[in-house]
Ligand binder design. Sequence first.
Ligand SMILES: [Zn+2]
Length: 356
Amino acid sequence: MTPPDKLNEPRPPRLALVDDALFDEHRARGYHPERPERLVAARRAVETCRARGIEFVRQGARDAESNEILRVHDEAYVELLERNNGLFAALDDDTYLTPRSVAAAYRAAGGSLALVDALLGPGEVNKGLALLRPPGHHARPDRGMGFCLLNNVALAARHARARGVERVAIVDWDVHHGNGTQEAFIDDPNVLFVSLHQYPFYPGTGRASEVGTGEGKGFTVNVPLSADASDITYHSAFEQVVLPVVARFEPQLILVSAGFDAHARDPLAGMTVSAAGFGWMARELSKLAEATAKGRMALFLEGGYDLEGLETSLEAAVSAMMGLESWDESTKQPLSSSHALEIAETRSILKSEWRL
Ligand SMILES: [Zn+2]
């Protein structure tokens, strides 16, 4: 029983947290930007959030089962991973395997599924954070690439669908196009995929004209942006495209491919987003989650290769998702005319599908 004098006390904001020591064991032999130190930085952000009064409920990760992996990935690719389990290998020039990498990938995928279970379960937690390595959004159904082995967020979406969720929205604000996720849901009208990314850039896909195929036409939304996009660019893209589209889709669950490599400090990309900019995006999406998804929303770590940029951005995103942070007006700069044009072009492509 709650003592009567405690009844009116506001409860601290709580979210489920997936993290696992196995994720640190995926480490390249030489220097690689996708390194375990990224998780150390992410965990510092969690500690800062905790000190600010956010409560993290540890959600144990498990290993994904083969049948769950096969909801997104091909059998031949799963066999390839299993053949390389325990070995040093490479899927491409960027994507390394070490003896523990396949185990880490299965744990990261299973952790994503466990997080979905926590959000859909009878508990009181409707927000989540998955600190995953290896990341997932470039992993295609038939092949991992771009530092990614298994597509964690895609597997999470398929798991939610298998559990009866009709409409899942995936918003991918990683600076790279989430080509693997797009491919997994290209013809699926029940999973909305929205990506904002630097373009032209790795991996080369993500033009605004890529809108999905067959029944899935209109449910793939790409917002390609040229280099130097800042907070105001993302703000404008959100207000003109992302937020109205997601609102009209009325998702019952929002999953975010939360990469932080659009941060100004990131060494791999050319955007200039600040930590507050990530916070603003998280806050806007969490408002939509409240409106249509019973508040259900989770952040899945993707990229982000500057440790300070990753730490401060993740802290801002989690705080804002949990209702603690507000948009800092001082970070606004004027919207460049080229970015305004790119956003307008995307909007006009999606106009009829989404009444923009
Ligand atoms: Zn990225």
